[in-house]
Design a protein around this ligand. Structure first.
Ligand code: NAD
Length: 486
């Protein structure tokens, strides 16, 4: 296959928090993979900036260890590692003080053709300090870009404050709010399938779609992040950002162009069209302990905590396209399998010419984000062989690995794609400030509702699909969740 990758300008990418967990696990391994794919220009450089006292060599050693741990053996070679590490530099910096900033200013190249990008891979409480000092020391200019990580606020008020702080120093066109779900190949393929074919769009509405399910299931508990997680819960940690973004891409109207503001305008309209959620349409859960597996209460060391580690909800997008079509979303920890998928469940054929015995068959478009990214369309066909007309559902596979050859199993990971988009100056797959605020404006009253009602989450056994009450959300309407399985 001939690669038609859009070239990338030379860049200096500074990773604040360059020694942290996210940088070691995702950002640096992603950059390494782009480097070996030949996508990093000759003179691109990566500058780690964090609190630890290290020199370039010390940092390179640390990153070498990270690559060995988080990049597949197949992609590692001494030659490549050495070449990649030679692009790395390090500046020890104090986000809250003056230490290191002069050195960082000197380390950056003074050349208008070199893109300056700053990845804020640090706690959000430091975002304001970083933005301010980048300006104070004239390190960031009109052509610089910043990348900010989740969580972007914990409610509307804090998100607005964060947006205002960043806006003091950066224009919206310079701010890249990352949601790595948008960087997944399949999520973009969803848009290609929806808007690149004539087949789907005519059916993509309440007339033909019975309902939509979005599931993000994890097997891990809150583990070492208990302190942080307990203040947040599944609604803030997963629904307000990741599930909401997926819902927007499914529900939005076709944008006029695949361009940042055209796409983000349409997503924003979806968020604004989301109706408030009735208490009876929300199920929150908390995992119990089992054998040696600790309970949620053990994990967060608070036996009274009412924070949810699971949530399922029935949502409505109130516009012409989706009137009457429910969107069921659920996410949780310590569930049966690690699985993220979107399922578009189409309506039954209006009349069955094959009679009762043929059973109920439905087309389901499944967009799987993990594991094994891919897309399948379930279609009904005749079961082969004699003996009458028996119907059977078979999946039409639209996965890249099969369709596009061996490169398919080397699909770039979300982070590497998104970092390269920052360097290219393409904001399409990043959240705009007003989107984030609209998402919180919808989320806040829901959380306030259950806090006021003083509700306890339902307990659920680890290794299941969550509390039984979640199944009831669909059963009562003669629907069922798709099975959570590897
Ligand atoms: P971490 O605690 O592992 O690393 C924090 C980094 O910040 C370190 O490099 C540290 O040196 C640096 N730092 C801390 N205080 C500093 C200061 N005053 N001046 C300069 N540098 C300072 O954190 P992490 O897990 O890498 O997370 C970083 C950010 O990314 C957080 O906002 C987190 O919420 C977000 N995030 C992390 C993950 C993940 O998987 N780890 C996933 C999504 C979002």
């Amino acid at each position: 296959m001939v690669s038609r990758v859009i070239p990338v300008d030379p860049f200096d990418l500074v990773i604040f928090g360059g020694t942290g967990d996210l940088a070691r696990r995702k950002i640096l391994p992603g950059l390494y993979r782009r480097f070996i794919a030949g996508q990093m220009p000759e003179d691109a450089r990566v500058i780690g900036a964090a609190r630890s006292e290290l020199d370039d060599e010390g940092y390179r050693k640390d990153v070498r260890d990270a690559l060995k741990e988080f990049v597949s053996k197949r992609a590692l070679s001494e030659e490549n590692i050495a070449a990649f590490l030679s692009r790395l530099h390090y500046v020890s910096i104090d986000a809250k003080g003056e230490g290191g900033w002069k050195k960082l200013a000197q380390t950056m190249r003074d050349d208008d053709d070199v893109v300056r990008a700053f990845y804020f891979s640090v706690a959000p409480s430091l975002f304001g300090d970083l933005a301010e000092r980048l300006h104070l020391h004239k390190i960031a200019g009109a052509n610089s870009r910043i990348v900010v990580e989740k969580p972007f606020g914990r409610d509307l008020e804090s998100a607005k404050a964060l947006n205002a702080t960043l806006a003091e120093h950066f224009d919206e066109t310079q701010i890249y709010r990352i949601d790595h779900y948008l960087g997944k190949e399949t999520v973009q393929n969803l848009m290609a399938v929806r808007f690149g074919n004539v087949l789907f769009e005519p059916l993509w509405n309440a007339q033909y779609v019975d309902h939509i399910q979005i599931t993000v299931a994890e097997t891990v508990g809150v583990g070492g992040r208990g302190g942080y997680y307990d203040k947040s819960g599944a609604m803030r940690d997963m629904v307000q950002n990741h599930l909401m973004q997926l819902l927007c891409l499914i529900a939005m109207e076709p944008p006029s162009r695949f361009e940042p503001d055209a796409v983000r305008d349409e997503k924003l309209k979806v968020i604004r069209a989301l109706e408030p959620v009735e208490p009876g349409d929300i199920v929150r859960g908390q995992y119990e302990g089992k054998g040696k597996t600790p309970s949620y209460h053990d994990d967060v060391e608070d036996g009274e905590s009412r924070t949810e580690s699971f949530i399922a909800m029935k949502l409505h997008v109130s516009n012409w396209r989706w009137a009457g079509t429910p969107f069921y979303v659920r996410t949780g920890k310590r569930l049966k399998a690690r699985q993220s998928e979107i399922a578009v469940v189409f309506k039954d054929a209006p009349h069955s010419i094959f009679g009762e015995a043929a059973g109920r068959h439905r087309n389901i478009l499944t967009i799987r984000l993990q594991p094994n990214e891919g897309m399948t369309l379930g279609v009904t066909i005749k079961e082969p062989g004699p003996g009458g007309m028996r119907l059977v559902d078979v999946p039409l596979d639209m996965s890249f690995a099969d369709a596009l050859g061996p490169e398919g199993d080397e699909i770039p990971e979300a982070y590497e794609r998104l970092v390269m988009d920052v360097v290219r100056g393409n904001q399409t797959l990043f959240m705009r400030g007003d989107e984030v605020e609209a998402a919180w404006a919808w989320t806040d009253p829901i959380i306030e509702g259950w806090t006021k009602r003083d509700e306890r989450p339902f307990a659920y056994e680890p290794g299941t699909a969550g509390p039984e009450e979640s199944a009831m959300l669909l059963h009562r309407e003669d629907r069922r969740w798709r099975e959570i399985k590897e």
